[in-house]
Design a protein around this ligand. Structure first.
Ligand SMILES: Nc1ncnc2c1ncn2[C@@H]1O[C@H](COP(=O)(O)OP(=O)(O)O)[C@@H](O)[C@H]1O
Ligand SMILES: [Mg+2]
Length: 395
C-alpha cells in the first residue's frame, strides 16, 4: 500500500495557539510512518501558513517559525488539483490525501479550516464544517443537545449592544453565583464566575472582548465530567473522567497547571452513572453531526442529573491530555488512537467526496433520528431559554 500524505495543521490565529503547538507535536510524533507521511503545516499567530519540515520538538517553544526550511504555502481549493501550494518561487502543488487539523479554538476548530478542506475535496480528520461550527457555539450546541434529550444549564444569551439593565434582570432571575461566558471561545478565555451584582459588569465586558454574544448561565452544583467519543457511525467511548476542583472553576491556569484541581480518570461515579454519561455524550455527538472524534463535557449534579456543558471537537491532544487518557483507560494507547482517527477520515461515507452519487451502489447514510423529548413547562423561570431548560434526563 502506498503511503498517504497527511497535512497536520497546527498553531493558528487563536488564543489557544500555544496549546495547539503541544498537541500537534504529540500527534506528529505518534503518526505511523509506515502508513502515512505527515506534512506539518504551521499557521502563525498572524495567520501566515508555513510548511515546516523540521523536528516536531521545536513546535512548543515557537522556534519552528524561525526554521530556514519553512516554506510559505496555501491550500488550493481547486478540486481538480487539491493540495498544498508551496510558494517559494514558482508555485508547486503538493497533493494531499487527508488533513488533520490540530488547531484549538477560533479559526481552526470552528469549521473555518474544515470548510476550506471540504471545498477542496480533501478528507479531514475529525468533525466537518457544521459540527465544528456548532461545537464552537455554546448556545446553538445547547439547543440541539436539549432537543436530543440532554439539557444544558438554564441561561440567557445577550448580544453586544443590548442594555446592561436587561443582563442585570436576567442575572437576578437566575440567581447567584452564575457564569458569564462568550458564546464562542475556549480554554476558559472570557469565562467568569460571578457571585453578586457587583462583579457582573466586568464579567460582561470580559466576555464581550472574546465574542459578540455571551451566555449568562446558572452555576451548576456538582462537578464537571467528560467523555471521549470516537467514530463515524459506530461510536466508541472512553472512560468518563471527572474534574475535582478545590476552589473557583476550571480556568485557563488550572487547565494547564492543575495547581489546585485534579482529573480523575475514571471518574469516581457509579457504573450506571458512567453509562448514562456515555449515552448522553453519544446523543450530543450525534445531534451535532460529529464525525471522527470529540470530547463531550457534562455536569453531574448532586441529585444525579446530567447536563450538557460543551463539545470540544479538537480537544487537547498531548499524551497527557484528558481525551487520550480516557481512551487509554479502555486500552487504546495514544499512538493507536492517533492512527485510528486518521483511518476514520478515509472511512467516512458521509463526506461529500464519497457521496452516493459517486458510488451508485452505496446505500445512503441514514442515521436514526431521536424522537423529540417531551418538555416539562418551565416553572415560572423568566431567564430560561426555551431549549436550555434544566430537566431530568435518564439518557
Ligand atoms: N454553568 C456552569 N456551572 C458550573 N461551572 C461552570 C459553568 N460553566 C462553566 N463552568 C466552569 O468554567 C469552566 C470553563 O467553562 P466552559 O463553558 O467549559 O468554557 P471553555 O470552552 O472555555 O472550556 C468549566 O470547565 C467549569 O469549571
Ligand atoms: Mg470547557
Amino acid at each position: 500500500m502506498s503511503q498517504k500524505t497527511i497535512a497536520v495543521f497546527f498553531g493558528g490565529c487563536s488564543t489557544e495557539h500555544a496549546v495547539s503547538l503541544q498537541s500537534a507535536q504529540a500527534v506528529l510524533q505518534a503518526i505511523d510512518r509506515s502508513l502515512y507521511t505527515p506534512l506539518a503545516v504551521g499557521i502563525t499567530r498572524d495567520g501566515a501558513w508555513r510548511c515546516y519540515p523540521g523536528d516536531p520538538g521545536r513546535l512548543p517553544d515557537g522556534s519552528w517559525e524561525r526554521d530556514p526550511g519553512c516554506v510559505p504555502c496555501v491550500l488550493s481549493p481547486d478540486r481538480t488539483a487539491p493540495g498544498l501550494l508551496l510558494l517559494d518561487g514558482e508555485p508547486r502543488l503538493l497533493p494531499l490525501d487527508a488533513a488533520f487539523p490540530v488547531l484549538h479554538g477560533k479559526n481552526g476548530e470552528d469549521g473555518t479550516l474544515q470548510g476550506l478542506l471540504e471545498l477542496a475535496g480533501i478528507p479531514l480528520v475529525g468533525c466537518g464544517t457544521l459540527a465544528s461550527a456548532l461545537g464552537m457555539d455554546k448556545d446553538r450546541a445547547h439547543r440541539l443537545a436539549a432537543l436530543a434529550g440532554v439539557p444544558a444549564p438554564r441561561g440567557t444569551v445577550f448580544r453586544r449592544g443590548e442594555a446592561f439593565s436587561a443582563v442585570e434582570r436576567a442575572a437576578e432571575a437566575l440567581g447567584w453565583p452564575l457564569f458569564v461566558k462568550p458564546v464562542r471561545s475556549g480554554s476558559s478565555f472570557g469565562v467568569s464566575r460571578v457571585t453578586g451584582r457587583g462583579g457582573l459588569r466586568a464579567a460582561v465586558e470580559e466576555a464581550f472582548r472574546h465574542d459578540a454574544e455571551l451566555l449568562l448561565e446558572e452555576a451548576v452544583p456538582g462537578f464537571e465530567i467528560g467523555c471521549a467519543v470516537v467514530g463515524n457511525d459506530t461510536l466508541v467511548t472512553g472512560r468518563v473522567d471527572e474534574i475535582e476542583l478545590s476552589a473557583g472553576f476550571f480556568d485557563f491556569e488550572e487547565k494547564y497547571t492543575l495547581k489546585t484541581s485534579r482529573i480523575h480518570c475514571p471518574a469516581r461515579i457509579a457504573p450506571q452513572t458512567e453509562e448514562r454519561a456515555a449515552e448522553a455524550a453519544k446523543a450530543v455527538y450525534r445531534a451535532l453531526g460529529c464525525r471522527g472524534f470529540a470530547r463531550v463535557d457534562l455536569f453531574l449534579t448532586p441529585d444525579g442529573r446530567i447536563l450538557f456543558n460543551e463539545v470540544n471537537t479538537i480537544p487537547g491532544f498531548t499524551a497527557h491530555s484528558r481525551f487520550p487518557s480516557m481512551l487509554r483507560a479502555v486500552g487504546v494507547p495514544f499512538d493507536r488512537l492517533v492512527n485510528r482517527l486518521i483511518a476514520l477520515a478515509f472511512e467516512d461515507g458521509s463526506r461529500e467526496s464519497a457521496s452516493p452519487e459517486e458510488k451508485p451502489n452505496a446505500a445512503p447514510d441514514r442515521p436514526q433520528r431521536a424522537p423529540l423529548p417531551v418538555r416539562k413547562p418551565s416553572a415560572g423561570n423568566a431567564a430560561a431559554r426555551p431549549c436550555g431548560q434544566t430537566q431530568e434526563v435518564r439518557a
